[in-house]
Design a binder for this molecule. Structure first.
Ligand SMILES: CC(C)(COP(=O)(O)OP(=O)(O)OC[C@H]1O[C@@H](n2cnc3c(N)ncnc32)[C@H](O)[C@@H]1OP(=O)(O)O)[C@@H](O)C(=O)NCCC(=O)NCCS
Length: 191
């Protein structure tokens, strides 16, 4: 038996799978066929649209709508009032419900408050999208991006700290001590 908790004002439609220890707060709506992992926190006034898949320990802050076509891996953080999209050229009079574009958010990535994610791209694992950014491109793993349109201004560790690479392409996270290598424009954790 599932042990998730939902506030009495939350609405959960049929056919959803919700993992143990997930919490769903006031006035949120989980639509049909969603899969939500364990230990997630779904804040207030959140909409999770049909068939959305969220991994484990995903934190969705207040006022976020996660639309059909969006997938989030484990440990993703969706900041307050960030905005996804799933149609690139919406028209009220043209039905494009069979043309939803996909947006994938990789493990451990963070989307800042009020950021807008234009559909059809992947946000790489552990990328950090600054508050208010407008993402219009693929975002590499560990990238730090800000602005409208968003531009990469650096790299961040899995703990969310700036990484400053030396001449050999090596950097150390000041909090975790984890080591990273920047090679051929890509960052990997090496220890
Ligand atoms: C992007 C972010 C992580 C950068 O933090 P940082 O590494 O400490 O960066 P700094 O504050 O040193 O800023 C570096 C530069 O980027 C700019 N900048 C920082 N955040 C920015 C943002 N969100 N949008 C546009 N520019 C930004 C700064 O003005 C500064 O510009 P400058 O070099 O011209 O002076 C942080 O500002 C941010 O937006 N965090 C998200 C917060 C959030 O949404 N939390 C949600 C949960 S409450």
């Amino acid at each position: 038996m599932a042990t998730f908790q939902a506030h009495e004002t939350a609405v959960i439609d049929p056919g959803c799978t919700i993992g143990d220890d997930t919490r769903i707060w006031h006035f949120s709506h989980i639509m049909s066929g969603c899969t939500i992992g364990e230990r997630c926190n779904i804040g207030q006034n959140v909409v999770i649209s049909p068939e959305v898949v969220l991994g484990n320990n995903v934190k969705v802050q207040n006022n976020v709508s996660v639309y059909t076509g969006v997938t989030c891996e484990d440990d993703v953080f969706l900041g307050p009032s960030c905005v996804f999209t799933n149609v690139i050229n919406p028209r009220s009079a043209v039905n494009r419900k069979d043309q939803y574009m996909k947006t994938h958010v990789g493990k451990g990535a963070t989307i800042g408050a009020n950021a807008t994610i234009v559909c059809g791209y992947t946000i790489g694992a552990y990328a950090l999208i600054g508050a208010g950014a407008v993402v219009t491109k693929e975002i590499p793993p560990y990238a730090l991006v800000v602005g409208n349109p968003s531009k990469q201004i650096g790299w961040v560790s899995e703990y969310g700290h700036r990484l400053y690479f030396d001449g050999d392409g090596l950097a150390v996270c000041p909090e975790s001590g984890e080591k990273y290598l920047l090679k051929d424009g890509e960052v990997v954790r090496i220890g």
